[in-house]
Structure formats: C-alpha cells, structure tokens
Design a protein around this ligand. Sequence first.
Ligand code: GAF
Length: 391
Amino acid sequence: MTEAVAKGETTLLRLACDKFVAAYGRNPVAAAGAPGRVNLIGEHVDYCEGYVLPVALPFLTVVVGAYNNTDECKILSILANGQEATATFPATTASVLKPGAPAWANYVKGVVANFPEKVRGFDVVIVSDVPMGSGVSSSASLEVAFFTFLEALTGTRVEPVKKAELCQKAEHEFPGMPCGIMDQFIVTMGKKDHALLIDCRSLESTHIPMDSNEAVILVVNSNVKHQLTGSEYPQRRAQCQEAAMKLKLPSLRSAHVEDLKELKWLNCDELVCKRATHVVEEIARTVEVAELLPQKAFTEVGQRFYQSHESLSKLMEVSCPELDQLVSIMKSSPGVYGARMTGGGFGGCAIALVKKEYVEDVKKKVQSQYNGKPVFFVCQPSDGARILKLN
Ligand code: GAF
C-alpha cells in the first residue's frame, strides 16, 4: 500500500540550503514555504464568487535564495524524484517579463512580474513534496512560496488577501490558467487544525475548527494525472458566466433556485443550465457543511459530500471513471460518512470523511478493488505560507 508522507519543513529547508550551497557556492539569505491544499467542499464555485471550504496540507514547497548582483534570475528546481530542472530569465529591474519556455518556470516568472516592487537578479533553489498533477494545488503552492520568498528577500510585505490575488493574477497571465481565488487564498491563509470558509465575493474568510479525534479526512490519489490548462476548465467558467449574464446577475453567487427555472424559460443551453444548477446547489451545501462540521454532524456532512460528487460528475461533468470508482468503493465501506472528488477534477484526488477507527479498513478495500494504483494520506490541516528562518 502506498502512503504519501510529508517530509516536513526542517528536512525540506535543509535539502534546499544544501543544494543552494552546492549550486551557487554560497549560503542563501532568504527562505519561504507554502503548502498544498485539499478542498472539503465548494467545488467549481470560486470563479462564480461562491463559498469554498479548503484545508492547507503539510506538504510544502520551499524556496531559498539570495541576490546575485546580475540582471538575471536563476532557478534550480529539484523535483520529487531527484531530477533537476533549471530556468533563467531577466530581472524585472532589467526587462518586462513575458511567458515562455520552459512552461513550469511561468509559475515563477508570473509571480516576479506581479510582485509590487521591481526585483533585482537572484539565484534560487526550489524543493517541494507537494504531489504534482494530483489536484492538491502544487501550482498555487509554488506561486505563493515564491511570492513569500520575494517578501523575505526584498523586505516588502504584502497583506495576505492582496498576495493571494496577485498570485492568482500571475497564474492567469503566465501559465494562462483562468483559475478562481481558492487555491492561492488557502495556501496563503491556512491554519493548523482548521479548514477555511472563504467567501469568494467579499474575500472575507473564517477559520473552522477541525477536530480529528473521531473522524478524519482520508485523501486518495487516483493517480490519474490532472491537467487544468486545457480547454475544459475555461469552458466551465465561460458556461457559468453565460448563465449569470442570461439572468442579468453579476455572478451565479447571486442566483437562487427559482432562477434556475427562469434559465429554462429563457431557452438557455442545456449544458449551461446543468452547470448553473451545480453552482447554486454546491454553494448552499458548502455553507451548510461549514456549520455542520464543528457540530460533529458527520452523517449530514457526508450526505453533502456524496451530493457534491454526484453533481460534479453529472451536472458539472468534471469527474472521470477512476474518481467515480473511488467514491463508489468508499461509499460501500463501513465507517465512511461521505466521499467526493476534490479540486478541479479530470483526475487527481478523492476524499472521504471516515470514522477514525475504520481508516485502515477503507484503505485496504480501496487497495483491493480500485482498478488503478491509489496513494493514500490522512489530511492534517496545516499552516499556510510563511517566511522561514535560516540558521
Ligand atoms: C482548480 C482552480 F484552480 C480553483 O480555482 C478551483 O476552481 C478548483 O479548480 C475547482 O474548485 O483548483
């Protein structure tokens, strides 16, 4: 059975510093880290100004570096399998940055370009144990870790909501992914032992305590690589915008169940109606779960997880056979209150709310029945981005 185990901040920081000394022949002077995330509920609603309820994970991207007295930014990225990738681009004091090859460096370049101050040339090393292409937001983790590193390097501090917005803008402009605000927001503002209810319209947020003594969130990676920069995600976003426009609303957040009937009378495209139905109902479920979770009303939370999955699969059409299979296996496992896909979909992870003493049984059942190769971890709600101390 394969478990994903977080290496921990100290180990990742030591690894990054050792690599920096080996690559550049001196010590780094600034360091920062930012986590990955799973979303408990509120899927494909952040770009409709809805409510979302994500959790930051213990998996971390760590960035260390120092100025290099040149006009170039040099990046050395150490991948999880030990492979190394490099990229070099001009400092913003010397040039205006544009997206380009290699594609992975656009996440970093976009952040440098959107940092509120011009940045001089630097050398950095990036290490990360956030699973890539698994729907746990390795991209937002990289963006926010890099932004926080630039804060440490330059001494400029940016207020957290603004920071999340700038990192989201970086992702829109450089990798070209029209994401909502959820990932950058939770990666910036996660808190140990808490989920975060984010109102994606007002950008106000509330930490919701998560007591894992009785029930835990089991995360199962389907190992189907999820890739959101293709056309499906932008299409869903555009369909939701079309529904809001038809209803003459600023976004689907302002829509009510009765408006869904109106969409039909307006002869709205069937797919657009399905997407809008998902969004309106998912926003309501999310607010309910944020209330039910601290009351330990696990059965009721679990019902909403199943409803959310069904809706993502049938109305939003962002699931895949592997995620549907994982949810159905977990649904028939004793001790499971509810299960659903999490994140953007088309692969990535499923989560389940499980009675603590049943976790090992659920894992065994998934291991024996799932057609793919599952990777498991129990979600430990963790802190968001932070500047790290160097010794
Ligand atoms: C991806 C996006 F980046 C988020 O903004 C969000 O829309 C999510 O998919 C779906 O809830 O992670």
